[in-house]
Design a protein. Structure first.
Length: 665
């Protein structure tokens, strides 16, 4: 950090200004960055003395003659986010100066406009705003891709740092400068035409081609008429897993895995052995929905239409929420209906960020309760109460638009029919995968990778190989291991898959705790041993309450254990994709219970028919049946299903209500 002694001497002169100072433009240009944060411009530059002198007037930053801005109110129902900011007191100093530059470039004259002197030292000015010499030095370190923490620790305690106004420098200041530099770089350059970026992409394409991966480079014009770059890539083998288990897919982005700070998306599915597999990846210049949609379309094309997700879970990013319905237009284009679900952790963080302040606490508590209630009626009532508790109309409209009208995306009541959806309520699998990638790149918290797209893809390939090895181990152990929980009391547990054995182990431990606390034996379970607790609704397996009851009355018979074992016999953990259950909260009438149960039975049958299509197709692939023959046989069967359903759909409601088995008449 080279610092000129003359520059520091001139800085003191420009701060004190006990008399007018005359210096050459070169000397002024060297000294001014050390003191420029002390002053702020009063007006635009003027030409004086018949155009021979350019005059710029300044005032001390603590004089603060300009009026501070105020927070804008809501306009047209749009809520303007209010930042947590403070307003400095004005008129703490009264110094004004004038800088006169001779047009011929021979001299610069700096003098006061009046007799006032500074009422503070120069460090007070530096606490408010850092001088350009310090900002430029930090910016140079940012370009080297150093983290804010690394820069701060490298500078802290340095005498040279204090000499250039950094005695009050904090890690937060460096973080703000770092973000500002990234934003300026994104706005001032087009990476797709930068030589370094082009070379990086060329190496990435060569790597993907060499390893046999599918990839497609994206050039998309976004809604702002700006061209955006993207790259979507996938391993053909893992795309087969996406086709087979893509019924539930989740994806999320991270932006610190490459030096360009591009967003990297990974698409994960859970396989039959309870392992989350990253099946496809996409890196985009910015998180705009046009590029994401184009990438999703390429993945669908690679899967030849066999990736038919029923549910897609993401964070609460508006970009992802806009992209999903465009990429999956549902029944309008002959595709399966896709429900977009939001991660409950991200949703809760949004609630806390938006309503975590004291004035909004009642709204926060109501919406949090609404998130986890089990019926739509309860959810709507709580949302309406939150609207009534809003402090202003803008907040009320925000709750109605972004929470009440989108409740099926974030509320748990919309997931009660599916044990799978109750098991997976967050994008934790994506978060774990992203952490694995950052760990593989040697990144600590807050750091950005120093490598580009090529290095990022190489890191992904290595991490995916580790996942493949883990999946192979899980597959071999899935039915061939018995955990120590398989005691003489419940030897049948050893016949269940290993992930299920681990789950039941936790429930057995909970039974011991219940007995130690003196809790009573649960009563009220029906003959089918259906419990209303969270664990049972998630896995349809004996919970702590059933195990506790079994200590008094032997309800877990050999026949029941055989039923649990058979549940996982064919497709392992994927069985939960096809299971559909009905849970009605307290307060619903018995008639509503029965109607809800019947509707869910119909929905379950429809989903089983859909799964049968995929199962038959997979069987024909194993048998080596030609694709044209496969399509013909499936079309024949689907046509028979449609014909049967059409007969039932054409029955008038009144006839169905007044006759018994009217379709036979």
């Amino acid at each position: 950090m080279p610092i000129s002694a003359d520059a520091l001497r001139h800085r003191a002169m420009l701060f004190d200004l006990t008399e007018p100072v005359t210096m050459s433009p070169e000397v002024f240009g060297e000294a001014w960055p050390y003191v420029d944060s002390v002053y702020t411009k009063l007006q635009s530059e003027l030409l004086q003395a018949y155009g021979t002198v350019r005059v710029q007037k300044y005032e001390c930053r603590l004089r603060k003659s300009k009026k501070s801005g105020t927070a804008r109110d809501a306009t047209d129902g749009k809520v303007i986010k209010r930042r947590n900011s403070s307003i400095r007191d004005p008129h703490l100093c009264h110094v004004r100066i004038k800088v006169s530059r001779l047009v011929d470039g021979t001299a610069v004259i700096v003098e006061r406009l009046d007799a006032h002197t500074h009422t503070h030292d120069i460090e007070e000015s530096f606490r408010i705003k850092k001088p350009s010499i310090l900002v430029n030095y930090i910016t140079a370190e940012v370009v080297k891709h150093s983290s804010a923490s690394q820069i701060f620790h490298a500078l802290r305690g340095s005498e040279r740092l204090e000499a250039i106004g950094g005695s009050s420098l904090t890690r937060h200041d460096i973080g703000n400068l770092k973000r500002g530099t990234k934003t300026a770089n994104r706005q001032s350059r087009s990476l797709s035409h930068e030589p370094l970026f082009g070379e990086d992409i060329h190496q990435a394409r060569s790597l993907l081609t060499e390893r046999g991966w599918l990839f497609e480079e994206l050039q998309v014009v976004d809604s702002k008429k700006e061209q955006r770059w993207g790259l979507v890539f996938a391993n053909p083998t893992r795309l087969l897993t996406l086709q087979r288990r893509g019924w539930f897919t989740q994806f999320d982005a991270t932006h610190k895995l490459n030096r360009w700070s591009h967003n990297m998306f990974s698409f994960l599915v859970r396989d039959e052995h309870n392992v989350w597999i990253p099946t496809a990846h996409m890196v985009v210049e910015r998180g705009n929905e046009e590029t994401i949609v184009e990438g999703l379309r390429h993945i669908k094309q690679w899967c030849s239409g066999k990736w038919q997700p029923r549910y897609i879970m993401t964070g609460d990013s508006p970009t992802e929420q806009r992209a999903i319905p465009i990429a999956f237009p549902n029944l309008n284009s002959g595709e399966q209906e896709v429900d977009h679900l939001l991660c409950s952790v991200y949703s809760n963080q949004t609630l806390l960020r938006r309503f975590g302040f004291t004035a909004h606490k009642p709204v926060y508590r109501l919406l949090t309760h609404a998130m986890y209630c089990s019926t739509e009626i309860q959810n709507r009532e709580l949302c309406e109460q939150a609207i009534a508790a809003a402090v202003d109309q803008g907040t009320a409209k925000y709750i109605r638009t972004h929470w009440l009208q989108t409740a099926s995306k974030w509320a748990m009541y919309a997931r009660q029919h599916s044990p799978f959806l109750l098991q997976v309520t967050t994008t934790n699998a994506c978060e774990t995968w992203n952490r694995k990638l950052k760990s593989g790149a040697g990144l600590s918290k807050g750091q950005v990778a120093s490598h580009g797209i090529y290095g990022m893809i190489l890191n992904i390939m290595d991490a995916v190989n580790v996942i493949d090895n883990h999946a192979a181990v899980a597959r071999s152990h899935f039915r061939n291991r018995k955990l120590p929980i398989c005691t003489k009391e419940y030897p049948e547990i050893g016949q269940l898959p290993v992930p299920i054995q681990k789950l039941l182990s936790g429930e057995l431990d909970a039974v011991t705790e219940r007995i130690a606390k003196g809790k009573e034996v649960p009563i009220g379970l029906d003959e089918n041993l259906q419990c209303s607790c969270k664990f049972y609704r998630q896995y349809l397996l004996p919970c702590r309450h059933i195990f506790h009851l079994d200590t008094e009355v032997k309800v877990l018979t050999t026949a029941r254990w055989e039923g649990y074992v058979m549940m996982f016999a064919e497709c392992g953990m994927a069985v939960y994709e096809a299971i559909c259950t009905g849970w009605v909260g307290l307060g619903a009438s018995g008639r509503a219970n029965r109607a809800n149960s019947l509707a869910l039975r119909v929905r379950e049958r429809m989903e089983r028919l859909q799964q049968k299509v995929y199962a038959v197709q997979e069987t024909m692939n194993q048998m080596g049946v030609e694709e044209t023959t496969q399509i013909a046989r499936l079309e024949e069967w689907v046509g028979h299903v449609e014909e049967t359903l059409n007969v039932l759909e054409r029955v008038p409601n009144r006839d169905l209500a007044s006759r018994h088995r009217p379709w036979e008449l």
